[in-house]
Every structure is written in structure tokens, then in C-alpha cells.
Design a binder for this molecule. Structure first.
Ligand code: C2E
Ligand code: MG
Ligand code: MG
Length: 396
């Protein structure tokens, strides 16, 4: 059954529209990190009308804006019921029709300020399909919303004619991966490749990721291998009335885990942990491909290489590295880590190349640094890869 605008208007007047809340969980720790507000129409007899029965019609006119503002206000009221140190962010769906709304960001600021809430508690969700038309306009709109201190999520990514092209240009904070990409328990190889690529793309653009509609532990296990940030789905919790949500936040911030999954078993979290340990000893780690003359650098704090791009041409990396050495060390550094010299060392059967030099730190002081290149033969090609570990040595 579809409902007329008048019917929904009187539902608003009678306070029959409510925000339900669906928690969003940290993919690794299964703790509640945030929630999404989803409108429900609770009729007098208790019948719950889902958004699909009235949102699409409301979206045909600007009436949808009134519904969205009503829900945004409900969210502010709910947040005021939480203790200030226990408030967690809530995302609110805003129809694409708000893109033409004059002073949208100011209006949202005024609303949130009137409840004396930090802007960081509200996330604005806008669907991916809204990006396709008038991308310039939406880019400006996202910028003003973010400038006002709200984070922005792109909703339903992958549900329609997704374009990485549009998303790459959008300054959004969060990418919500649509449930339609998660069918078949993620056992299909091609589907896995698509999902892995989307997560890789989002993370390289420094976007947080949320998978929507996660229902099975197989999906959860796979999403964890993709380093997915947050999980929103029936596996952990369904959308629930405000009172239930507030209770859940007070007493049960952590979801019950499907018993057979341990945090450390996921490759992404295991390698993140391993990197933390590696960084403790080696503040600079670089992956290079000698044959392709390329590198990928994982720079760490206070190291001269932080002025260098994080990916690029290996030969230029060595030139850059040498320029930050003590003048007496530059020649030996450039000669030792010359790409052809390294390839020759590998061909001669060496497993590593090591050198100690004096290197300029970000603080302007020289320090003794041991650089070690470990050779690794690529598993998938004839290329010779190098992992470079740099360690600060104590003063002599
Ligand atoms: P959405 O914003 O993508 O919200 C996620 C939808 O996925 C919600 O449906 C949620 O209940 C559902 N979902 C979450 N986990 C699972 C799962 O594990 N399995 C399945 N099958 N579904 C799951 P819901 O609440 O029916 O909302 C549908 C859509 O209606 C929303 O999709 C959003 O586009 C729209 N909507 C809801 N509330 C509002 C609102 O206040 N304003 C606007 N403009 N649109 C809204
Ligand atoms: Mg949404
Ligand atoms: Mg969605």
C-alpha cells in the first residue's frame, strides 16, 4: 500500500513517525561505534510501516525534506538522553532534494546547536545515485556540510550505476557499501574481487568503510579480510526503537560474536598488528619492485623520508634519500642502493644489503640510520621485490 502526502503529514502531526536506530559495529572488535537513524511509521494500532511504503512518494516532491528534518530533530533529542561522555555518532539519511536546499548546512548547524551537541555526532548520508547528476553542485554541497563540522557518508554504493569516477572526486568521509554486493555469502570469486577492489579504493582515498546488510558469519569473515571498517546488519542488530537503542548503548556496547571467529584470524587485522610491532623498531618501511622501478612507502613519524611521496619511482626515491644524508655519506648510499647494483647483488645470491649512514631527521638533526634491503622474489612474476627496513641506531 502506498500513502499520500496528506496521510504522512498527519502522521507527523500525530507523532507517529519515529526514528529507529540500527547500530554500526567496529568490524574487528564488534563494539558499537555509531548508528543509522531509519524512519518508521508506527500507526495507532501498532502496525509498523517501513520507509519503502512512503519515502519514494515523498521523494517526488520537496515534502521529503520535512520528513528528513523531523528525523534529524528526533536524533538530536535522542542524543540529549545519552550522557555526554557516552554519546556516539548517528547518521541521518538526507534525500538528494536537500542539495538544492538553501542554507542546508547552516540549518543543520542551527538545529544541532539548539540541542547543544557537537557537530561530530551527526553524519549526513546522501545516496550514491545523487552523485551522478550535477556532480559539481553536490561537491560544493558536501564541502559546505563538512566545513560545518559534519561528516558525510555516501550511501548505497554499488546499488546502481556506480561510478568510481564520481566517488573519487567527492570529499566524503565514509563509503557505505550496499547490501546488493554481498549476496551468496561472498563465496563467488568474481564478487570477492569486486568487493576487495572497492575496499582497497576507499582506503586509498582515506575513506572509512561500512558494509550494509551483513547477515551471515561468512560475509562477516570475508569483510574482515577486506579490512572493512564497520558492520551494519542483521548479524549484529536490526533497526530498533529509541528506548531499546538507548538501553543497548548503556548495557551492551559489544555484540555477541559468532563463536568461531577470533580477532587475530583475519589477515587484515593480523597484518595491522604485525605492522605495529615492526614500526616499533623500524620507523620507515618501504616496499619496492626493482624490475618495475616502483616503490610504496609506509612512512612513520619524524623521518626524513616523510617529505617524499608515498608511492613513485624507485630511482627518484634513492636520489631523494641520498639528498637527506650527511654529505660524506651521499655517494656510498646512492651507489649501494642503486637499482642495478641491487639487482646484481640479488643475482650474486645475496639475500640482503645493509648500510649505516647519517640521515637528516624532520627535526633538522643527523642520526645514525641502518638501512637494510631484503630481497624477495615475486610470487606472481619474475620481478625482484625489496623490503626496506630503516632503524635509528643509538648515538656512538
Ligand atoms: P538505507 O539508508 O540504505 O538503510 C539501510 C537499509 O538496510 C534499512 O532499511 C535497514 O533496515 C536495512 N538493513 C540493514 N541491515 C540489513 C540486513 O542485514 N539485511 C537486510 N535485508 N536489510 C538490512 P529500511 O529501514 O527499510 O530503509 C530503507 C531505505 O529507506 C533506507 O535505505 C533509506 O534510503 C530510506 N530511508 C529510511 N529512513 C529515511 C529517512 O529518514 N530519510 C530518507 N530520506 N530516507 C530514509
Ligand atoms: Mg542510509
Ligand atoms: Mg544504504
Amino acid at each position: 500500500m502506498l500513502f499520500s502526502e496528506d496521510a504522512v503529514r498527519s502522521a507527523i502531526k500525530n507523532k507517529e513517525l519515529q526514528a529507529f536506530y540500527q547500530p554500526q559495529y567496529d568490524a574487528v572488535t564488534a563494539k558499537i561505534k555509531s548508528a543509522e537513524a531509519l524512519v518508521r511509521w508506527i500507526q495507532k494500532d501498532g502496525t509498523v510501516i517501513p520507509p519503502s511504503a512512503f519515502i519514494p512518494q515523498a521523494e517526488e516532491t520537496d515534502f521529503i525534506r520535512e520528513i528528513d528534518w523531523y528525523i534529524a530533530e528526533e536524533v538530536c533529542q535522542m542524543l540529549r538522553k545519552q550522557k555526554a561522555d557516552k554519546q556516539i555518532p548517528v547518521s541521518v539519511n538526507f534525500s538528494r532534494r536537500h542539495i538544492n536546499e538553501i542554507r542546508f548546512a547552516e540549518k543543520l548547524s542551527e538545529l544541532v546547536d539548539s540541542y547543544d551537541l557537537p557537530h561530530s555526532l551527526i553524519e549526513v548520508e546522501i545516496t550514491e545515485s545523487a552523485m551522478v547528476n550535477e556532480p559539481e553542485k553536490i561537491l560544493d554541497w558536501i564541502n559546505t556540510v563538512r566545513d560545518a563540522g559534519f561528516s558525510v557518508a555516501i550511501d548505497d554504493f554499488g546499488s546502481g550505476l556506480s561510478s568510481l569516477q564520481f566517488v573519487k572526486d567527492m570529499p566524503a568521509d565514509v563509503l557505505k557499501i550496499d547490501k546488493s554486493l554481498l549476496s551468496h555469502n561472498c563465496e563467488n570469486e568474481k564478487e570477492r574481487v569486486v568487493l576487495e577492489s572497492i575496499f582497497y579504493f576507499a582506503h586509498r582515498l582515506h575513506m572509512t568503510t561500512i558494509a550494509e546488510g551483513v547477515e551471515t558469519k561468512e560475509q562477516l569473515a570475508f569483510l574482515r579480510t577486506c579490512d572493512c571498517g564497520k558492520i551494519q546488519g542483521y548479524i549484529f542488530a536490526r533497526p530498533m526503537p529509541e528506548a531499546d537503542y538507548l538501553r543497548l548503548c548503556r548495557h551492551h556496547m559489544r555484540a555477541d560474536e559468532p563463536a568461531d571467529i577470533l580477532e587475530i584470524q583475519t589477515p587484515a587485522s593480523a597484518s595491522a598488528l604485525l605492522m605495529r610491532v615492526v614500526f616499533k623498531r623500524y620507523p620507515l618501511v618501504i616496499f619496492s619492485n626493482l624490475n618495475r622501478n616502483s616503490f610504496y612507502m609506509m612512512a612513520y613519524q619524524d623521518f626524513s623520508a616523510t617529505g617524499c611521496p608515498s608511492t613513485g619511482v624507485f630511482d627518484e626515491l634513492i636520489t631523494h634519500g641520498a639528498s637527506s644524508m650527511h654529505p660524506e655519506d651521499q655517494e656510498i648510499f646512492a651507489a649501494t642502493f642503486d637499482r642495478h647494483n641491487l639487482l646484481k647483488a640479488y643475482a650474486d645470491g645475496k639475500s640482503e644489503v645493509r648500510l649505516v649512514t647519517r640521515q637528516l631527521g624532520d627535526d633538522g638533526c643527523y642520526r645514525r640510520v641502518e638501512t637494510t634491503d631484503y630481497f624477495v622474489k615475486s610470487a606472481s612474476s619474475e620481478d625482484i621485490l625489496v623490503i626496506t627496513l630503516c632503524e635509528n641506531l643509538p648515538e656512538e
